[in-house]
Design a protein around this ligand. Structure first.
Ligand code: ADP
Ligand code: MG
Length: 410
């Protein structure tokens, strides 16, 4: 780094550069140049932790083991790929850490300045919010959603209420918990409100789930009770009943406005929308099979084409933009959506930590599948997400990261 900033960090978007040569006139530095300079310094000096989900079964992970209300996964393999990518991008000090009760000690021992959250939590309620809560407490900035947003996005009925307030479509729903007694469609007030006169089919799923686990299609209301109890037994949390949407299924991801193409940053004027994809269901497949059962391969995903799907693409983009901007989101989410009989697109759910697997052969992640079309590769994606967060931290002073300001001083 050879550029010296004349203005104190965060005091304006266009600081004047003191020319190193001394006698040439100062020049204006754009926000992108400034960000490149800041990132160059941070690559040398910032200790980053990439955090994956810890295993509660490992000795010393938790004080007391309690149920997982969200089906657990370590996400370690993808955390390793993110860490490798950060190293390949030039970040010199990248540490892989498990989320567990020793996380803060481990971070202190390594003098971590910044974290990347790739964890769905360890156990308990709203587990996706636990790591960001700890990082807020420690004052460590991170790539990831804040605890409240993480919880809202990961809780399907809560997110659907937000979606409804925004005037967007989402399938009719209600929730059930055993404290309400055995489910009876005729007397369940929420079911009557949402589904009066509706014969089915229905979808039963956990309020906080992933990868289609414990998602069932139930054709008749009379069969809901057993299924609800089964999903409750697996998750120990409220269970959702939703109208079954029979149409095409789509995913669209959206992130902050800083992006990288061939490692070169640009600052867009709006959030960055990734290429939307259609999930291709098999003939007998009513719901998309879990990636834990069948890997997401490129033949199960179709990039939507502007030529044939232009109208659908623009509807999906509008939905993604509305959710991102109106909920005040600050980093990547992926929306899963489905069409109903009349062609309306309904939001099924938001994924606050979409899979970021590095594409390999024909196995990929939904977010990565359209990267090439945006002129990006996997390392550009990782650089985009970290650069966007660093931009947010420095330009809006989110989280008052004085320690990061110190790191970028010459
Ligand atoms: N209301 C619904 N109508 C039709 N299919 C659904 C519905 N809800 C879920 N599905 C199917 O189940 C899959 C998983 O549901 P989703 O809500 O995305 O939860 P998660 O991905 O967290 O398990 C979806 O990709 C879709 O194929
Ligand atoms: Mg989903």
């Amino acid at each position: 780094m050879d550029a010296l900033l004349d203005m104190p960090p965060g005091s304006g978007d266009f600081p004047v550069l003191r020319d190193i040569a001394g006698d040439r006139p100062p020049r204006r530095l754009s926000r992108v140049d400034k960000l490149e300079t800041q990132i160059a310094a941070l690559k040398e000096r910032m200790n980053i932790a990439v955090i994956h989900g810890g295993d509660k079964e490992e000795p010393g992970a938790v004080m007391y083991r309690i149920p997982n209300t969200r089906p657990w996964k370590s996400y370690q393999a993808v955390a390793e790929q993110i860490a490798d990518s950060l190293r390949a991008l030039g970040f010199r000090s990248v540490h892989l850490l498990a989320e567990n009760m020793h996380l803060s000690e481990e971070m202190q021992a390594r003098q971590i300045h910044f974290a990347w959250l790739n964890s769905g939590g360890v156990q308990g309620f709203n587990p996706v919010a636990h790591a960001p809560s700890m990082l807020e407490l420690l004052g460590v900035p991170y790539v990831g959603h804040n605890p409240l947003i993480s919880s809202i996005l990961d809780n399907k009925p809560v997110f659907k209420l937000e979606v409804t307030k925004l005037g967007l479509n989402t399938a009719a729903f209600t929730t059930w918990h055993p404290t309400q007694g055995r489910f009876d469609p005729a007397s369940h007030p929420g079911f009557q409100r949402a589904f009066r006169g509706h014969a089915g089919p229905f979808v039963v799923k956990p309020v906080s789930g992933r990868a289609s686990l414990h998602v069932h299609v139930i054709d008749e209301a009379v069969d809901l009770a057993d299924c609800l109890q089964e999903v409750f037994d697996a998750t120990q949390n409220h269970v959702m009943i939703e109208d079954f949407l029979p149409g095409r299924e789509f995913c669209i991801a959206i992130a902050g406005s800083v992006t990288a193409q061939s490692r070169s940053l640009s600052l867009g004027s709006a959030p960055f929308i990734f290429s939307p994809v259609e999930r291709v269901l098999g003939d007998e497949e009513r719901i998309f099979t879990s990636m834990d059962v069948r890997p997401i391969s490129t033949d199960r995903m179709r990039l939507l084409s502007l030529d044939t799907d232009g109208e659908v693409i623009s509807r999906l983009e509008k939905i993604a933009m509305t959710v991102f901007s109106e909920l005040g989101l600050e980093t990547l989410i992926r929306l899963d959506l489905r069409m109903c009989d009349n062609g309306e697109i309904h939001i099924l759910e938001a994924n606050p930590k979409p899979d970021l697997k590095r594409p390999e052969g024909n196995k990929t992640s939904i977010v990565s599948v359209g990267l090439e079309r945006c002129g990006m590769d996997y390392d550009d994606l990782i650089l985009s997400l970290i650069a966007d967060r660093i931009d947010l931290l420095f330009s809006q002073r989110r989280g008052a990261p004085d320690h990061l300001h110190t790191l970028i001083q010459p």
